[in-house]
Design a protein around this ligand. Structure first.
Ligand code: XUL
Ligand code: CO
Length: 437
């Protein structure tokens, strides 16, 4: 059955094409820095937003119909969503998907039945993957939706809830491994606190780390060779989430010896909620060897919450792609953790959301590659630190000096003079000239 009737395969037609259902910049076979665009940009569909979210917000009910011809809450609906999802991915040329366990099947009252449903769906999805060549980017467990997780999952005050979380993670790992997922994500969900007055932070952090350790051990024991990811987010739903930002998550992973198995999944909207830029979070991950995957979306600057918009900001995508290219690329991919606006409620809007996001990152990639090929930014940064390449600077770089030697050297100088200009405006001008030419 065809779900998106009247919408064919989305093709690259160039920016001058008047066709709203065509790519203007994403040209999958085009070579950029010696690699195909589609290899630089392993795009993924987020099962939850694209196939499950119907536009409900705090003030109103569903605006979009995602029943796909079946009754929501049934296994028929679960398989219809999978069929629609694979048709959608085939038509847009998206080669990966990401999922939470409960995106795939309706959760039952008991674990055994939910797990049985997941087994059925895994078989079903495997057949669709075989037919289409579409692959799984990452899986995760939803440890925040069910009321049992109101105080967190791995950081819950209840040992029984902790055990339920463990059961869900174990099964989500089984499914991810069967689907050949590249990664497995821990997004903090409700892992944080509302008030310190009721919170034993030390216990919660220790318990969370132990749950991750058990997940790594179990995953490796069933043959999972991919990366585990933490997806940092500072707040929402909790007042404070433990995985606040990249630096905090990296500190946590190192404290508990989890840093060899984990990398980061950086989400643009989470970065800005933390008061950072997207590119800052990517740089922090990259310089720490933890650049894993990206949740590609963007926030709405003047709204203080996670709006999960499709990315349309080309300068930000360019800066992000610059960081990713300079950081050696992603081991994961670009998951559109994004939803069409509540009022963009037609099937066509679903396609337009992905076309916008894919074109934005394609343009970001093209422009970031142009900045790298241009070389002026690189040359400036190299020159800026040139003082560390010879003389006393070389001794500092080689860690072959001491406070005493440096103090004597400083005294001999009299005054260090002023360091060279940071040239910020000049560099922004170069960035703009490359971006808009
Ligand atoms: C929530 C969020 C999640 C994770 C997966 O803000 O980003 O959808 O990506 O649990
Ligand atoms: Co996300």
């Amino acid at each position: 059955m065809e779900f998106f009737k009247g919408i064919g395969r989305i093709r690259y037609e160039g920016a001058d094409s008047g066709n709203p259902l065509a790519f203007g910049f994403y040209d999958p076979e085009r070579a950029v820095l010696g690699k195909k665009m589609k290899e630089h940009l392993p795009f993924a569909m987020a099962w939850w937003h694209n196939l499950c979210a119907c536009g409900t917000d705090m003030f109103g009910r569903d605006t979009a119909d995602k029943s796909f011809g079946a009754k929501p809450g049934t296994m028929e609906h679960a398989t219809a969503k999978a069929d629609a999802g694979f048709e959608f991915m085939s038509k847009t040329g998206i080669e990966y998907f990401c999922f939470h366990d409960v995106d795939l099947v309706p959760e039952a009252d008991c674990i055994a039945e939910t797990e049985r449903r997941l087994d059925v769906m895994t078989d079903y999805i495997l057949a669709l993957m075989k037919d289409t060549g579409i692959k799984c980017l990452w899986g995760t467990a939803n440890l925040f939706g069910n009321p049992r997780y109101m105080n967190g999952a791995g950081t819950s005050n209840s040992a029984d809830v902790y055990a339920f979380a463990a059961a869900q993670i174990k099964k989500a790992l089984d499914v991810t491994v069967r689907l050949g997922g590249r990664g497995y994500v821990f997004w903090g969900g409700r892992e944080g606190y509302e008030t310190l007055l009721n919170t034993d932070m030390r216990r919660e952090l220790d318990n969370m780390a132990y749950l991750m350790r058990m997940a790594v051990d179990y995953g490796r024991s069933i043959g999972f060779e991919g990366d585990f990811y933490i997806e940092p987010k500072p707040r929402e739903p909790m007042a404070h989430q433990y995985d606040f930002d990249a630096a905090t998550a990296i500190g946590f992973l190192r404290e508990y010896g989890l840093d060899k198995d984990f990398k980061l999944n950086i989400e643009a909207n989470h970065a800005t909620l933390a008061g950072h830029t997207f590119e800052h979070e990517l740089r922090v991950a990259a310089v720490n060897g933890m650049l894993g995957s990206v949740d590609a979306n963007q926030g709405t600057a003047h709204l203080g919450w996670d709006t999960d918009c499709f990315p349309c900001d080309v300068p930000t995508a360019t800066r992000a792609m610059y960081e990713i290219l300079r950081g050696g690329g992603l081991t994961g991919g670009f998951n559109f953790d994004a939803k069409t606006r509540r009022a963009s409620n037609t099937p066509e809007d679903m396609f337009k959301g992905y076309i916008l996001g894919m074109d934005t990152f394609a343009l970001g990639l093209i422009k970031a590659a142009a900045i790298i090929e241009d070389g002026r930014l690189d040359a400036f940064v190299r020159g800026r630190y040139a003082s560390f390449g010879s003389g006393i600077g070389k001794k500092i770089t080689d860690r072959k000096t001491s406070l005493t030697e440096l103090a004597d050297y400083a005294r001999s100088l009299g005054s260090p003079g002023r360091p060279s200009s940071g040239n910020e405006e000049g560099l922004e001008e170069i960035f703009n000239k490359i971006l808009y030419s």
